[in-house]
Design a protein around this ligand. Structure first.
Ligand code: SAM
Length: 458
C-alpha cells in the first residue's frame, strides 16, 4: 500500500506523527473490526457473535473488538438493532460528550452530518429519555440508510431530517449540543479502504477545509449560548483538523475545551498554532482503531440576539379517542407519548417533545420522527416495522421465538413455518429480540419483513 507522498510530507511536523510506524501499520494488512452494543436491547450472549472474553474498546463501555470480521448480514441480531458496527476511534465521541455536557439533563442534540448513523446511534444511547436527537443528512440518497439504522436502534426520541446546514439558521439558539462529523478527505480510513488513496489529493484537502468552514459557520447560530460544539474528521491533515479548530475559535466566538485523556489510550493531544485550540488525534499505529480527529468547543455568546423565531404549527392530525385505545394495546407505557396521524400513518413521540416537533416541522424537512406505529383500518392497527424494532412495544404483544435458520428465512422475506396457534399479528423474535411482524393465518404465515430491507446474501 503506497501512501500519498504529499500527505506524508505534510504530516512531518505534526505532533505524534511517526512516519515509519505509520507506514508499517498501513502495510501490515491488519483489519480491525469493532461493534458498539445497543444498551436498550440487551440480549443473551450465547446466541450471538459476542462472548464475555471480547476485548473492550478502552474509551467506550459499549464498544468491543471482534477477533475477526463475521458476516454481519447473516446475524439476525444485527438486523434486530442489538449493535452497530462502528470503527473504534470514532467511539471516543462518547467520552468527549461525557466530559463536556451534563447528560442527565433533558437536552437537544443535533448530529448534522449523520448518515449512515454511527454517531447518531451512539448519541441516542448517551442522552436521557427526555432529550431529543435531531439526526440530519443533507444528501437525499443517504437519508434512507440513516433512517433504517435509526429505526433498528428502536428509540422514540429521534427526528431524522434531510436539510442543508444553512436551513438550521431558522432554529436560532436551539440546540444544547451540535456534532459536526464533517465530510473530509478521508485519509484516516486508508487502511480500511485502499480505494480512498487514489481519490486523495492536496487540492481536495483544501476544498474540504473550505467546505468544513462553511458548514460550521452555517450551523453555529443554532447552538445555544454555553452549548457544546463537537467537530470531528477522519483526516490527518492539519488543514481539516487543527487549522479548522483555530478558525472556529477565531471566527465563531467559541472557546476551545480541553479533554482528559488516559495516557494508556495512545491518543495524542494537539494545540492549534494561533489560538491554542485543543484537538485529539488518533493514529492507527498508536491506537487500536483508524485515523480520527476530534475537538470540543463551547459557544460564548449569541451572534444575533435580535433574531426571533416564529414557529408555525405543524400540519399533523390528532387521533380520535377510539384510535388511541387501539394503539395503546401495543405500547408499554402509552401515557408517555403523544400520537399524530400523517396520511393515515400513526406516529408516537415522547409527550415532552410535542413543542419541539412543531418547531422543527416548521423549519426543516423531516424524514422520520419518533416511531411509526402503523395504520389504523376499521379499528385495527396494521403494525409498522418501526414498531417491531422500537423499544416501546409491550411485552404482552403476541410473539414467537424462532431459531437462527428461520430468522434468516424471515429476513430474506421467504416463506416461513412456525409452530404457533394464535391467529393474527405477532412479533417474530430471535434471542428474544423482535425482528419484525408476521401475521398468522389458519393455514399459513404471512411475512411482513419490509421488502427493501430483505437480505440477499445466501
Ligand atoms: N457521522 C456519520 C457516522 O458516524 O456514521 C458519518 C458522516 S460522514 C463523515 C460525513 C457526512 O456529511 C456524509 O454523510 C455526507 O453525505 C455529509 N455531507 C456531505 N456534504 C455535506 C455538506 N455540504 N454539509 C453537510 N453534510 C455534508
Amino acid at each position: 500500500m503506497l501512501l500519498p507522498v504529499a500527505l506524508l510530507n505534510s504530516l512531518q511536523n505534526v505532533l505524534g506523527f511517526d512516519q515509519e510506524a505509520f507506514e508499517k501499520v498501513h502495510q501490515s494488512g491488519e483489519q480491525i473490526t469493532s461493534i458498539r452494543r445497543n444498551p436498550n436491547k440487551i440480549f443473551n450472549n450465547q446466541y450471538s457473535i459476542f462472548n464475555d472474553q471480547l476485548e473492550q474498546v478502552p474509551w467506550n463501555p459499549n464498544g468491543y473488538y471482534l477477533p475477526e470480521r463475521p458476516s454481519f448480514t447473516l446475524d439476525p441480531l444485527f438486523h434486530a438493532g442489538a449493535y452497530y458496527v462502528q470503527e473504534a476511534s470514532s467511539m471516543f465521541l462518547e467520552e468527549a460528550l461525557k466530559q463536556t455536557v451534563d447528560l442527565s439533563q433533558p437536552i437537544k442534540v443535533l448530529d448534522l452530518c449523520a448518515a449512515p448513523g454511527g454517531k447518531s446511534t451512539l448519541l441516542q444511547s448517551l442522552i436521557s429519555d427526555k432529550s431529543l436527537l435531531v439526526s440530519n443528512e443533507v444528501i437525499k440518497t443517504r437519508v434512507n440508510i440513516l433512517s433504517e439504522n435509526i429505526t433498528k436502534w428502536g428509540a422514540t426520541n429521534v427526528i431524522v431530517t434531510n436539510n442543508d446546514p444553512k436551513d438550521f439558521q431558522r432554529l436560532r439558539n436551539y440546540f444544547d449540543v451540535i456534532v459536526v462529523d464533517a465530510p473530509c478527505s478521508g485519509s484516516g480510513l486508508f487502511r480500511k479502504d485502499t480505494e480512498a488513496i487514489n481519490e486523495w489529493s492536496e487540492q481536495n484537502v483544501e476544498l474540504c477545509g473550505q467546505r468544513q468552514q462553511r458548514i460550521l459557520a452555517d450551523i453555529i447560530p443554532s447552538l445555544k449560548d454555553g452549548g457544546t460544539l463537537i467537530y470531528s474528521t477522519c483526516s490527518y491533515s492539519e488543514t481539516e483538523d487543527e487549522e479548522i479548530a483555530d478558525w472556529v475559535v477565531e471566527e465563531l466566538e467559541v472557546g476551545s475545551l480541553k479533554l482528559e485523556v488516559d495516557g494508556n489510550w495512545g491518543i495524542v493531544e494537539t494545540q492549534s498554532k494561533k489560538n491554542n485550540a485543543f484537538g485529539y488525534r488518533f493514529y492507527p499505529n498508536k491506537v487500536k482503531g483508524e485515523g480520527f480527529f476530534i475537538a470540543a468547543f463551547t459557544k460564548k455568546k449569541t451572534l444575533d440576539e435580535a433574531f426571533q423565531e416564529k414557529f408555525k404549527k405543524g400540519k399533523s392530525e390528532r387521533l380520535t379517542a377510539k384510535e388511541i385505545e387501539v394503539v395503546k394495546t401495543y405500547l408499554k407505557n402509552p401515557s408517555d407519548f403523544f400520537f399524530i396521524k400523517q396520511k393515515d400513518e400513526v406516529i408516537a413521540l415522547p409527550s415532552h417533545l410535542e413543542q419541539d416537533l412543531a418547531t422543527i416541522q416548521s423549519s426543516l424537512y423531516i424524514k422520520k420522527a419518533g416511531i411509526k406505529l402503523g395504520t389504523i383500518i376499521r379499528d385495527e392497527l396494521i403494525p409498522d416495522h418501526e414498531l417491531a424494532l422500537g423499544t416501546i412495544v409491550k411485552e404482552k404483544v403476541p410473539s414467537v421465538e424462532v431459531d437462527k435458520e428461520t430468522a434468516l428465512q424471515y429476513l430474506r422475506k421467504q416463506e416461513i413455518k412456525i409452530d404457533f396457534d394464535k391467529r393474527g399479528w405477532s412479533l417474530l423474535t430471535y434471542n428474544q429480540l423482535p425482528l419484525g411482524w408476521v401475521k398468522v393465518l389458519h393455514n399459513r404465515v404471512n411475512n411482513y419483513y419490509p421488502a427493501n430491507w430483505r437480505i440477499l446474501n445466501k
